[in-house]
Design a protein around this ligand. Structure first.
Ligand code: UDP
Length: 245
């Protein structure tokens, strides 16, 4: 499987449909693995954090979640042409899982959100089994691991704690959790529950999803200021010919 490195983070340059197919393959072969969906903020953050690079590069699938990654790929002359938003990948994965009556555990978001998301998802994908839900505001990780395992075997766990917390949780606990595939999906449960809205099509089509999010959640301004810095860094890599600045 060929990976494309953007500043040290190895992405799978594949379509959403291919990503879903690979994820289903892991499930059918019962091969434990995890999916990460880094955006430019995370790649920017990772350059000072070798542990985070390791977590991202240890994934079975790393999907480019955001136009920032595509812009950087263009600057660096790397072959990533399609954004694969984690929230959309996960919906298509659930459609395939439902056909095979597979089970899902939802972990993350504020109390009540995962349950509401589960209700909406089973309505949307009859056949999908929900093995359990847990909010993302806990102190004892081991209690959460035990709770997930008490719900029996689950095929997939959506771990939605924000990055890099979710990647750390997955890496730390995946071997002891009775599940096959783990997907780190940031704020996706809020979208599925309807407690947050995705950007309208116009914003998505024009690569302006970040602007919509900024309008909805102005506190993100500091985090988002990393985007231009990230692109500047890509230019620096291009000029110096180095993989990482
Ligand atoms: N969250 C959580 N536990 C925490 C911190 C955050 O469950 O300790 C949830 C939060 O409620 C939200 C998601 O993680 O549902 C983070 O969403 P965001 O859109 O910020 O994700 P990111 O942009 O980091 O992927």
């Amino acid at each position: 499987m060929s990976k494309v490195s953007i500043m040290g983070v190895n992405f799978d340059a594949i379509s959403k449909a291919e990503a879903v197919e690979r994820a289903m393959q892991l499930l059918r072969e019962q091969r434990k693995g995890y999916v990460v969906t880094p955006n430019s903020e995370i790649v920017y953050m990772a350059k000072d954090d070798p542990e985070l690079i390791g977590l991202l590069n240890g994934a079975s699938l790393a999907l480019p979640d955001g136009v920032g990654i595509l812009h950087a790929a263009k600057i660096l002359g790397k072959p990533i042409y399609e954004k694969v938003a984690g929230v959309e990948f996960a919906v298509d994965l659930l459609a395939e899982m439902a056909k095979e009556n597979r089970s899902l555990y939802l972990l993350g978001a504020k109390p009540g959100v995962a349950r509401k998301a589960a209700e909406n998802l089973v309505k949307r994908f009859p056949g999908l089994k929900i093995s359990g839900c847990h909010d993302g505001y806990f102190t004892e990780e081991q209690d959460v691991v035990d709770t997930i395992n008490a719900s029996g075997h689950t095929d997939v766990v959506f771990v939605c704690l924000g990055a890099p917390k979710q990647e750390r949780f997955i890496h730390q606990h995946m071997q002891e959790i009775n599940a096959t595939l783990f997907c780190g999906l940031g704020g996706s449960l809020d979208i599925y529950a309807g407690t947050a809205q995705r950007a309208p099509k116009f914003y998505v089509d024009h690569g302006l999803e970040w602007l919509y999010r900024l309008k909805q959640e102005p506190w993100r301004a500091k985090r988002m200021s990393k985007l231009p810095l990230f692109l500047l860094r890509a230019m620096k890599c291009k000029v110096t010919g180095k993989e990482t600045p």
